[in-house]
Ligand binder design. Sequence first.
Ligand code: ADP
Ligand code: ZN
Ligand code: ZN
Length: 741
Amino acid sequence: MPNLTDTSQNIYRVRVVVPVHLYDSFDYKLSLDQYQQAQVGARVAVSFGRQNVVGIIVEKLPLDAPINPNFQLKNITELLDDQAILDDNVLSLLTWSAQYYQFPIGEVAQTALPTLLRQGKPYNLLARIWRVLDLHADDKIKRSIKQQDAYKILKLHPTGTSENILNLSGIETATLKALEKKEIIRFELEPQNFKPEPVQLAQMPLTANEDQKKAIQGILKAQKKYQAFLLDGLTGSGKTEVYLQVMQEVLKQGKQVLVLVPEIGLTPQTISRFQSRFHCNIALLHSGLNDSKRLQAWQHAQTGKASIVLGTRSAIYTPMPNLGLIILDEEHDLSFKQQEGFRYHARDVALYRAHLENCPIILGSATPSIDSYHLVEQNKLTKLELNQRAGTALMPKMHLIDLKIAKKDHGLSQQLIEEIKKRLHKKEQVLIFLNRRGYAPVLICESCGWQANCPNCDAHFTVHLKPYQHLHCHHCGTIQRIPDACPSCQQENTFKPIGMGTAKVEESLNELFPDYDVLRVDRDSTSRVGSWQKIYDKIQKAEPTILLGTQMLAKGHHFPYVTLVAILDIDSGLLSVDFRATERTAQLIIQVAGRAGRGEHKGDVYLQTLKPDHPLLNTLINNDYRAFAKQTLKDRQLALLPPCRYAILIRAESKSQDENLSFLQQMNENLREVSGDLIDIWGPIPAPMERKAGRYQSHVVLLSLDRAKMHYYIRTWWQNLLHAKPSNMKITIDIDPQELN
Ligand code: ADP
Ligand code: ZN
Ligand code: ZN
C-alpha cells in the first residue's frame, strides 16, 4: 500500500482512454486530492495534443508503476464525474471489444456513452421539478391550448412535477419554457429518484403451447448463470411470448432485462408489446432519439431505474447494475453488425457480455444464422425449437412462378395479378416485396446501347422520378440530372429505364388496381418522421390494401390481414459471388413469406423467378429453412468457409489499384513468414466493386481454424501494417466480416 499522505516525491497518475484513433491509453497526473476522488469508469477532461477531450479513467496507477519516458506527463484538466458512470463489466466489455476487433480503445469506449456525456456535459442525478408560481394566470394563456393543459396539470400538483413525467404525459418542454417566460411556472433542480419501480403485470400471459413451455422452462433453469440459447422458431410461432414469460420471472426477482432488436425493428408495435405486458420503466435506446432523451433513457438503465432496456445494436454497451437476462431478437439480422468504423457484431459482444454478467442470453430467429447453427453444433448454444405457428394460424404455402414462360403485364405475371385481385375482392391485404428502391436500376439508350453509369463507381445509376427526375448512385450518393440527349449518339428521346424499382412497381400497381390504396414502404417514402407510423396504422385495419416495399417490410412485423405475399425478384441473390448470399436470400424469402397468413386466413406466397430450378428455391418451397441451413453448414464445412474457419478481411482503398495490390502483397509475405500455414491468405484481389466513390478497393481475406493463434499473429502484423502503409491509403480490418464488399 503506497503511503498516500507522503506527497514529497509522489506523482499520482490515472490511465485514461481518449477518443482518438490511436491504439494506446494514456497516463495523466493529478493531485492527491483528485487522485483520492478519481474513480475508475468516471470521465475526465484532459488535453491531448492541442485538443481538449473527454476521456474515461480505466485505471488508478499505483505509485510504483513505471513511467513511460516517451510520453510527457500532463495534468488532467478536470474530474468530470464524482462517481463511476461505466461499471466494471462494461469496462471489461469495452477492453475485450477493442482487443478482439483490433480497434482503438478510446473510440470503442465512445460507443458506450450517449452523445451529451461524450461532449463532457454534466451527468447529474438532478431533475427539473416544475411548480406553479402564478395561480391566477388563466388570462395570460387564453390563446394556447397546450399551455392551458400544462398549467392545469401543474396546478393539480402543488408539490411539483418532474419534467420527465410531464414529457411522458405529452407536455412538451417548449410549452413549459413558454409558461416560464410568462413567469407563470418555474423549475428547480432536485435530486432524482432512481429507485427501481416495482414491476407489475399489466396483462395476463397467453397460455403457452407445448413447444413454448419447453423453451420457457429450459431457459428458466439457467437463471443466475451464463447459458446461451438459440430460440429457433418459425415465423409467427410465438417467440415473443417466450421472451415475455421468461422476462416475467427475471423481472420478478428485481433484475433488469436487455432486449436488442434490429435497427428498423424497433417500431411502435414492438415497443407496445412490451409496454402492454409489463407496467414498469422501459428505457428505449435507438438512433431516432434526440440527445437529451437518449441520455435520460441511458440514465434510467445505468441507475437501475429502468427494468427493461430496449435498444438497437449499440445498446449492448449500456451499463445496467442488475442485468439478469439478455434477449437478441432476429439474431440473423445484418444490422447487428456495424459495417464501418468500429466493426463489431452486437451478437458476439452480447454473448461475451452475458458471460461477464453471468446471466442467460436468448438469441431468437425464424431464420437463424449459419453462424449460430455452427455454435449449436459446438455445444456453445442450446437450441430450443418452436415448430408450429402459435394460436390457430397456419404456415403459408409457397408457389414458384417461372418468369421465362409466364405471360406478363407491367412486370407482374398474369397469374400473380389474378391472385392479387382475388384477395383484394375478399377484402384481404396483399404484400409485394422488391428489394430495390427508386424507379429503375438502369437507364439505357435504345438507339446505341449507352448506359448511365456513375462516374465514380463501377455501378449503374438508379433512375428516380421523384421528387424530380434524376440519376442517383446508391453506392456513393452522386446525383446527376438525366441528360437531354444521349451522350454517346447525341440522339434525343432514346432513353429507356430497364428493370424495376419500388417506385416503378408503385406506378404499375396503381394502373393495374386503380380502386385500391398502394402503400409504399422504403427508405425514400418513410424518411419523414411518423410516415411509417401512418402506414402502419392503416395496415392494422381490416381494409383491402396493397403494401409494397423493400426489406423494411421483412422485419418481424405482424400484419394480420395480409394473406398474399409476392416476391418479385430475388434472382440477383441467387447469383452473387459472396458465399453468404444464399443464406441472406433464404432468410429474406422466409422472413417476407412469414408476413402472410398470420391472422385467421391461410396465406400464400408467390415468388417470381427466372431460375425456378435453383436448389435453394426448391428447398424453401417446403418452408424448410432448417433443411437449407443444415445443407449450407455442410457445404461450408467442406469448403472450409466461415463459420467453419475464422475469417478476417483487410480492405485497402486508394487512388491506385496497383499501389494497393503491391502493398498488400508485401504485407502478406511478412505475415506468411511468421504464421506459416496457420493462416490461409487469399488475395490481394480487387474488391467485387473495384471502384467506389472514385477510389480503388482491394481485399485480403485471412482464414484459420485456430482463432486464438490467428488473432495473436494478426495483432503485431496489423500494427506494422498501419505504420508501413502509404499515407494516402486507407486500410481497415474487419474481424469476422459479414459481407465481402
Ligand atoms: P414470432 O415472434 O415467433 O414471429 P409472435 O410472437 O409475433 O411470433 O406471435 C404470433 C402471434 O401468435 C401473435 O399474435 C401472438 O399474440 C400469438 N401467440 C403467441 N403465442 C400464443 C399462444 N400460446 N396462444 C395463442 N396465441 C399466441
Ligand atoms: Zn457512385
Ligand atoms: Zn445513344
